[in-house]
Write a protein that binds this ligand. Structure first.
Ligand code: ADP
Length: 202
C-alpha cells in the first residue's frame, strides 16, 4: 500500500506521478529503470532487487551488451528484457557518484533521466517507472537529486512521441518527502494543467 502520491497532468493527457513508499520490482509500467553500475553485472540496492526479481535473463542480456559496447558510462542508458518482472523491459542507466556537487554531476544525473526517456521512446514504450537514481549507494543528496529528476522529466515528457506516463517509485518515506517537495516546486513553474497531491509529506 502506498501512502504517498502526487500526479501532474499535462495538456496532452500525459502524466507524471510520484508514488511510494513502494518497490519498483512490482511495477506494472511497460518498462522500469534500473540504477545500475557501469559493469552492468548487478549490485546492491535497486539493482540487486531488479536482478533477483527478474531472474537470470536480464544479466545474460547485460553481459551481451558489455561484450558488444564495453562498460556503460555514467549518464547513458541501455535496454534489456524485464525477465520475470511484471514490466516487459528494464532500462539500465548509471548515475553519477556524488563527490561534492560539481556541475557535471548534476548534468550526468539529468542525462540518466533524459537518456532513459529517449531509449523508452525509441522502443515505442508508453509507460515507465524510475527509482531515485544515485541517492542510495552513490550518495547524491536526495533533495538536490529530486529536483533534477523531476525537472528533467517535466522537460522531456512533452517531446516524446510514445511515452505518455512516467512514475517515480520511491522506496522510503524520506525519499518520498523530498520528491513531493520537488513536485510542488516544479508544478508551480511547469506546464502541468492539474496537480493532485493525494497525500503530501507530513
Ligand atoms: P545508486 O547506486 O544509484 O545510489 P541505490 O540502489 O543504492 O542506487 O539507491 C537508489 C534509490 O533506490 C534509493 O532511494 C534506494 O532506497 C532505492 N531502492 C532500493 N531498492 C528499491 C526498490 N526495490 N524499489 C525502488 N527503489 C529502491
Amino acid at each position: 500500500m502506498s501512502d504517498f502520491a502526487a500526479i501532474l497532468t499535462f495538456a496532452n493527457g500525459k502524466t507524471l506521478e510520484f508514488h511510494g513508499p513502494a518497490d519498483i520490482t512490482k511495477e506494472t509500467t511497460e518498462a522500469v529503470v534500473n540504477a545500475a553500475n557501469s559493469s552492468l553485472l548487478g549490485g546492491g540496492g535497486v539493482d540487486g532487487a531488479i536482478h533477483r526479481a527478474g531472474g537470470p535473463s536480464i544479466l545474460q542480456e547485460c553481459k551481451r551488451i558489455v561484450a558488444a559496447i564495453g562498460t556503460l558510462p555514467a549518464g547513458k542508458a541501455v535496454i534489456t528484457t524485464g525477465g520475470r518482472l511484471p514490466a516487459k523491459y528494464v532500462i539500465h542507466t548509471v548515475g553519477p557518484v556524488y563527490r561534492g556537487g560539481e556541475r557535471h554531476e548534476a548534468e550526468t544525473l539529468a542525462s540518466c533521466y533524459r537518456e532513459s526517456m529517449r531509449t523508452a521512446d525509441d522502443h515505442g514504450i508508453r509507460s515507465l517507472a524510475f527509482p531515485s537514481i544515485s541517492t542510495g549507494a552513490f550518495g547524491y543528496p536526495v533533495r538536490e537529486a529530486a529536483e533534477i529528476a523531476a525537472r528533467t522529466i517535466v522537460e522531456a515528457l512533452p517531446t516524446c512521441a510514445h511515452v505518455e506516463h512516467v512514475r517515480f517509485v520511491l522506496f522510503d518515506p524520506a525519499t518520498c518527502k523530498a520528491y513531493v517537495r520537488a513536485a510542488e516546486k516544479i508544478s508551480r513553474e511547469s506546464m502541468a494543467i492539474s496537480v493532485i497531491f493525494t497525500k503530501g509529506p507530513s
